[in-house]
Each structure stands twice: as C-alpha cells, then as structure tokens.
Design a protein around this ligand. Sequence first.
Ligand SMILES: NC(=O)c1ccc[n+]([C@@H]2O[C@H](COP(=O)([O-])OP(=O)(O)OC[C@H]3O[C@@H](n4cnc5c(N)ncnc54)[C@H](O)[C@@H]3O)[C@@H](O)[C@H]2O)c1
Length: 339
Amino acid sequence: MRVLVTGGAGYIGSHTLVELLGQAHEVCVLDNYDNSSPEVLNRVRQLSNGQLTDYVGDVRDGSMLDQVMAEFKPDVVIHFAGLKAVGDSMTNPLGYYDVNVRGTLQLLSAMDRHNVRRVIFSSSATVYGEPEYLPYDEAHPTNPTSVYGRTKLVAEQIITDWSRTHDDACAVLLRYFNPVGAHASARMGEHPDGVPNNLMPYIAQVAVGKREALQVFGDDYDTPDGTGLRDYIHVVDLARAHVAAVDYSKRQTGAQVFNVGTGQSYSVHDMVKAFRTASGQPIPCVIKPRRAGDIAAMQANAARANVEMGWKATHDLNDMARSTWDWQSKNPDGYDSAS
Ligand SMILES: NC(=O)c1ccc[n+]([C@@H]2O[C@H](COP(=O)([O-])OP(=O)(O)OC[C@H]3O[C@@H](n4cnc5c(N)ncnc54)[C@H](O)[C@@H]3O)[C@@H](O)[C@H]2O)c1
C-alpha cells in the first residue's frame, strides 16, 4: 500500500517507517524537521530496502500537501506530525493548537481534495486525564489536564466528524501510552533537544554522564514504592501497531479508537533498576517534590487492539532498557553522533 507519513522523521515515525518498509509498503514522508534531523531518513534507508520518498514541508501548508498527495497518491495517511511537550503546551497553547489542530484540519482538507479516505492518528493516553478506574479502556471518560492533551482530544473529535462525512472513510485513533526504547540496530532512537521531558531519555543521559542525577518527582504517591506508575511500551511494538492499523483500515469504516500499551505498569524505581542492570551504571537519583498535574498511575487495557487489530506488545522491560542503553551509549549526541 502507499502510505504517507507526516512527521515520519520523528522518534515514533522513524521506527514505523522501518516496519512499514519491512512489510513492502511504499512510503512517503512529509516532515519540517522541527524536532528531528534529516539524518534519520538516511538511517531508515540503511536499515530497509523498500521505497521511501520524502518531502520537506509543514503539515499546515495546504499547497505543500496538495503537491505531495498529487505526486505520491497515498492510499492511507499516518499523521504523527505534531508538538508533544506537555509543559511547553501550557506556556504556548496557541502554538500547540496551531500545529496539532490546524495541522490536522489542513491534512483532512487535503485528503478530501485528493479523495484519500483513510487516516491513522497519533493520539495519547493523556486524553483520559485523572483515572476514574484503571486500567483505562477506550470507554473511559476523557478529561485531559493539559493543553497538549486537549489538542489531541480536539483533533480526535475533528477526525471523527470528518469520518462521518464519507461512507468509505476509516480513521484509526491510536492512544499511545509511554513509548520508550530504540531500534535493535542501535541506529535509531529518541534524542530530545535540551533537558528530556520523559523519564527514559533522562535516565539514559544520566547513565552516559551527560547529567548528574535523575530527579524523581514524588516518592509519596499511593503506589507500592511511592513513585509514579506508567505503562511503558517499546517503540518497535508501537511502530508495529501502526502497521496493524494500516491493514485494519482496509477492512473497516468509521472512527475507531485503540489504546496502545502493554497493560503492565512500572514505577520510576523499576525503570531505574532495569536501566542499572542493562548499563552497569550507578544512576544516582534525587527525590524532588511532586510535579503539578502528574498522575500517580496510568495503565492501558489494550485488549481491543489485540482482538480487533491482532496486535500485541512483545518486548519486555529489559528489552526497553537494553535497547535504550545501546542507542544512547553508541550515539551520545543522537543523530549528530559520527556513525
Ligand atoms: N513520544 C510520546 O511520548 C508520545 C505519546 C503519545 C502521543 N505522541 C504523539 O505521537 C506523535 C509522534 O511523537 P514522537 O515522539 O515521534 O515526536 P517527535 O517530535 O519525535 O516527532 C514528530 C515529528 O513531527 C515533525 N513535525 C512537527 N511539527 C511539524 C509540522 N508542522 N509539519 C511537519 N512536520 C512536523 C517533527 O519534526 C518530528 O519529526 C506526536 O503527534 C505526539 O504528540 C507521542
């Protein structure tokens, strides 16, 4: 199939490209490299034999989208392009709505102009907000606590409304839990600019000596060891969920929501312990006060993705820690590292 991937040079996008190419899909990337490097696509090409074309451009640019769709003629679009830092979204709400919501509107409008009827959307478990019960299933009420989460929920609603306007449209809304890990080749992984917002890249930077100690925000939560519990999912498992969603979108119509997690949760201390084992590094920790807005525990019920898309996570905590360490230690400067 011909798959257009917006934001394909990013962390999750790049791993998805390798999985799509591995399944003989023809792939085209549109990315403005706002949070990624063109080097990513060189590495994707080295890891795959398939057909990959790319365009440098912004998903909010309708004429750019027209050019890409006229030339590539996608059967389906995977829409990763977006901004994702919860903290930044609170200080730059308009910027977040602009990219995440207007970007989605522009994409759907272009899809309509070119009769493209299938879309896979990167949503987030943050749309649920404070849990009323755990694990979250897809029917759990949505009440996001950040601007970022609200941009994802609004985009989901727009896509759902769009899907109702065509009998043959299919929209797969994937609510990711906490993606971590790197490709087994250690050629691709996550490399945040500046101070990492997420736990694993932070731990990895402490392990390679880029940062002194891990700051643990709160050890007095109502959890077994007092630190926050999250459902971490290996990025390759997440990438494969997109391949499953592409196949699923062929046999389905309407807007369909899926949690993408493992159904297991680990604490901050569990993650540090696994990383110490994988890296052999001490990883000092400093306990800090809780951060405003942080939730004690999050966990997915991913049964629907298993039953309906035939997808299930297969990587465990050790795979997550080991692959992150391999990537970080071999590429301490991310894609700027000599290779
Ligand atoms: N990583 C996570 O923890 C997580 C969790 C839930 C959902 N998501 C969502 O998944 C998607 C991908 O996340 P990621 O971790 O790979 O992020 P990322 O920042 O690594 O990738 C996003 C990509 O989109 C590109 N991009 C940004 N704005 C663009 C624009 N206006 N036009 C074209 N390209 C643009 C960036 O350059 C980057 O390559 C995002 O939509 C994010 O909100 C991520």
